[in-house]
Design a protein around this ligand. Structure first.
Ligand code: C5P
Length: 294
């Protein structure tokens, strides 16, 4: 085998609770990740030099790109030959949909296969975490509860195929900026209950009723994002009026996601957002997310 063509799926967060700053530059968090069908395509081929090409000219092709960094780590750690990577980009950048992290995890898994490295799951997880807090999730996919920086993962049962509408504002949010702003906001407000983790057991009963549990499943970074992009609040209110079962910003934003009971209801809601960039997608299982790498 000299090349692999693999899909690299996006994620949403059903909920995201940010705990205190840990003293190492990261915040403890509790989240539920969900793989969705929206994906980039990666063509990874054995080559003489490490190169990345992309159909989207706004994407950096050097080591600012997590896919390049992932390939470089594999080359350095396992002394394998370089690869050329072709990336067809569909996941919006800076949208909280995990595109860069997903690409990185996909490169790790694809190179593991391509060079028949048989890397242990533990080692692969450690390499993934060295690339970014969200990267380990993409080695697992599906629905997963996470604590720590986002790397202590517990697989959850598949929630079924839920139709999703994504509203994608032009203004991206940088993840470090979102966390920094949250710290600032919390310094000026009294300490609340965000100091402690609740434990994954807390959410398990609610997941069975998705997507009708939107009161429990929310995102601590949403208010933060509203202060960075004021019109996001109105956009979310507008999306809520479409009657989704659940509707929140994903990750550190700025993409808003709404879950609907039927494809028809979802598509009808999309029609009301013809003035915005939107995308439709649905939740996918772990098996689906990892199919190309099985
Ligand atoms: O791990 P990643 O590179 O995605 O993190 C980017 C930035 O987001 C970190 O440098 C940190 O500022 C913030 N972050 C955080 N706590 C986390 C994850 C990310 O404070 N659990």
């Amino acid at each position: 085998m000299s090349f692999m063509k693999v899909r690299s799926f996006a994620k949403i967060n059903w909920m995201l609770r940010v705990l205190g700053e840990r003293g190492d530059g990261y915040h403890g968090l509790e989240t539920i990740f969900q793989s969705i069908s929206l994906h980039d395509d990666l063509l990874i081929e054995k080559s003489d030099a490490l190169t990345l090409s992309c159909d989207d000219r706004s994407i950096p092709l050097d080591d600012r790109n997590l896919a390049v960094r992932a390939a470089q780590v594999m080359i350095d750690e396992f002394k394998v030959n370089p690869v050329s990577i072709r990336l067809i980009k569909r996941i919006p950048v800076g949208g909280g949909l995990g595109g860069g992290s997903s690409n990185a995890a996909t490169v790790l898994m694809a190179m593991n296969r391509l060079f028949e490295l048989d890397i242990s799951a533990r080692r692969l997880r450690a390499i993934a975490l060295s690339l970014g807090s969200d990267v380990p999730f993409f080695l697992e996919g599906g629905t997963a509860h996470a604590t720590g920086r986002g790397e202590v993962l517990t697989a959850l049962p598949f929630v079924g195929t839920i139709p999703l509408l994504m509203v994608i504002p032009d203004e991206p949010v940088s993840t470090p900026a979102a966390f920094a702003r949250l710290d600032l906001l919390r310094k000026t407000s009294p300490a609340s209950d965000w100091e402690e983790e609740r434990g994954h057991w807390y959410w398990l009963p609610f997941l069975e009723k998705l997507p009708s549990v939107h009161d429990y499943l929310n995102n601590d970074l949403e208010e933060t994002a509203f202060t960075l992009i004021p019109r996001l609040r109105e956009l979310l209110a507008r999306l809520e009026k479409e009657g989704p079962g659940w509707c929140h910003m994903t990750g550190s934003g700025s993409t808003l996601v709404a879950a609907f009971g039927t494809i028809e209801a979802r598509d009808l809601a999309r029609g009301s957002f013809s003035d915005m960039r939107t995308a439709v997608s649905e939740t996918i299982s772990r098996d689906e997310a990892l199919k190309d790498l099985a």
